[in-house]
Structure formats: C-alpha cells, structure tokens
Write a protein that binds this ligand. Structure first.
Ligand SMILES: [Zn+2]
Length: 348
C-alpha cells in the first residue's frame, strides 16, 4: 500500500470522512462500500443468516401465540402493539421527510453555487454528498468556534454545579464526594447521595474519562441494584468517554455537557428505584420507556437558572455570554434530518 491512503469503514452507516473528501468519486465509493457491507456475495455476506433469524423469530412468535414477532416484542413495551408504533411513525414521517427535503434544497443550492463559481456543470445532490455539503452550509451559516465555549464547561464544575445542582433544585438531593473508598481507576469520582431529609439514597460513581480498556460511547451502569428484599441501596455509575488532557483543566464541549446530563437522568432512574425485587429494580423497564428520564434530564442543561449556576469561565468565573450558547443551540438544530456521523453513535 506504499504511496496510497487507506480509509477504514467504521461501524455505522455514516462515514465521517465523507464530510471532508473533496473528490466526489471517492465519496461515492466510500458510501457504496459502507452500505454494501454484509451483502456483497462474498464470505462475509450475511443475507442468509438474517433471513434465518427472521424465520426463527416468526416461528417463536407463533409458538407463543402472537401473529408476528413485532406483536410479541411490543406486548411488553409501553407501545403494546405494532398498530400503535405504526400510528406514531405515520405521524412522524411527513414532517421528517419535509424537513429532509428542505435541508436537501439548501445543500443543492450550495452545490449549484459552488459549481457555478468553478464554471462547471451542477449535479443533483446524492447521499454521498450530504455530509460534505452539510459541513459547508454549517460553516457558512453558523460561523462559530466551539473552542470559545469550552472554558465555561470545566468538567467537575459541570458535574457539581450543573448536573448535581439541577437534581438538588428538582428533587432536594445533595452530594458529598468520598475519597476514602477504593476505586478501580484514580480518576473515578465517588459521591454519597442524600435525600432532602438527610437519609442516604445511593452512591454515585462518575467515571468520565476515555481510556484504552473502555468501550466507546456513554452509558449508565448499576453495580448494586436497589431492593427492599435485600435492603441494598443502589450504587450507580455514569461512564463517559471524555478525552483527558495531558495537563490543565478538562474543558467539555456542549455535546459532552448534554451527554453528562443525559446519563445522569439514567442514574436518577436507578437511584430513585423503590422496588422489592431486584429483577424490577432501576432501569429494568420497557425499552421504549428507558430513555425518558434521560431525555427529560437533558432539558436542564440549558435551563436558564441551571446554566447560570455552572456555565462560568474556569479562570475568571465570568458568566458565559448567552449569544455564544445561542449559536451552539441553533447549529445543533441544523441537519437533524440526517444526523452527522459524529453523533451516529448516540449515548445510551
Ligand atoms: Zn440514554
């Protein structure tokens, strides 16, 4: 491979280099290689396996008395039936498609403008062009530098004066860091969590940094489940993948801030568990409900009174200019019809 570049396919359909590759033919090749995985008729073609899985699922559903596998799975979810799911999708699809068409037209205008400037014929927007031109539109329309924002989001400050503060205001919780307990990594933070009446609710572990042995993404784990049967209080952890700086403070991006709030919503779900049997403890709820507490908790990240309490410059203590955050929020709403590859691996 001397003198050649190799682009590795990542484990999602969206390939981040598509946003930067200037050669349209290479973008197309990368896109086609990505979507053809598992169906190229070679030794790794899993079409037959997928078809077998579908047949076995249908058989399993019939054995259990359901007309379809979807009906079997949904019976235990909050949606209950495929009809309810389809009704929801039918509601969502028209505005989602309209939004995608609207954003597509903006990208097409960018293509037309660029081609005209190069005195070259224009071409219709294709899937492999989307990320590339979306980045160009984003840069032109929402011109700001994310690094301007980061000094206002020092990690421990976000956690204690943002995430914990919101939980204090909403639920009366208070937090006290513990340094006497053994931890599996020196960077892991441990907190006692107290109810408003001073009784202990849980222990919370904040494992914020990426390290080679850690899987990607962000998630919540329950190491001890709450249970009235065992008398155990919950020990709940949030795991994120924030890059640890070589030196100096850890300054977060807005995306990392909202991820911290999101994961803490799952942590609250685990800590507020009040059941007898461990089987039902914490986040052991239907899959189509489990993201609800985390989505709600994300809302507090830019809630004015919460934001004012934590978004302060780590050196000067100065409050973050609102105009700066408004730019981030506006930019994050752009291109929602097609999530950029950078967020295709959503936190769970
Ligand atoms: Zn989640």
């Amino acid at each position: 491979m001397d003198g050649k570049y190799v682009i590795a396919l990542l484990n999602t359909t969206g390939q981040p280099p598509e946003a930067q590759l200037q050669d349209r033919a290479v973008r197309e090749r990368l896109y086609r290689a990505s979507v053809a995985r598992g169906s190229r008729g070679n030794a790794y073609d899993n079409t037959a396996i997928v078809s077998q899985v579908l047949k076995l699922r249908a058989e399993k559903a019939k054995m259990l008395g359901y007309p379809t596998y979807a009906a079997y799975v949904l019976a235990d979810e909050t949606a209950k039936t495929p009809e309810a799911v389809n009704a929801m999708l039918t509601q969502l699809a028209p505005p989602a498609v309209a939004n995608a068409r609207r954003e597509g037209a903006v990208l097409q205008a960018m293509i037309d403008k660029e081609q005209a400037a190069k005195s070259q014929p224009t071409f219709p927007l294709e899937a492999w062009d989307w990320a590339y031109y979306a980045e160009k539109v984003r840069a032109e329309k929402y011109d700001f530098d994310e690094s301007q924002l980061k000094p206002y989001f020092e990690m421990k400050n976000v956690l204690e004066n943002g995430v914990f503060y919101a939980a204090g205001q909403l639920y009366g919780l208070s937090f006290k860091q513990r340094t006497d307990l053994p931890v599996y990594n020196p960077d892991v933070l441990v907190y006692d969590v107290y109810n408003a009446d001073g009784s202990q609710l849980a222990i919370f572990i904040a494992d914020m940094y990426a390290r080679p042995s850690k899987r990607g993404g962000a998630w919540m784990n329950s190491y001890v489940e709450q249970s009235a049967l065992t008398g155990n209080l919950p020990i709940v952890a949030n795991h994120l993948n924030i890059t640890k700086p070589a030196s100096g403070p850890t300054l977060l991006t807005w995306d990392e801030v909202t991820t911290a709030f999101h994961e803490f919503g799952h942590a609250l779900h685990g800590m507020f568990s009040n059941v007898k049997y461990p089987y039902f403890s914490g986040t052991s709820v239907p899959r189509d409900f489990v993201e609800f507490p985390s989505q709600v908790n994300e809302m507090w990240a830019d809630w004015p009174s919460v934001l004012a309490n934590y978004a302060k410059h780590y050196q000067t203590g100065e409050a973050m200019p609102k105009a700066l955050l408004d730019k981030v929020l506006a930019s994050s709403k752009f291109n929602q019809a097609s999530p950029p590859p950078s967020i295709s691996a959503r936190p769970c």
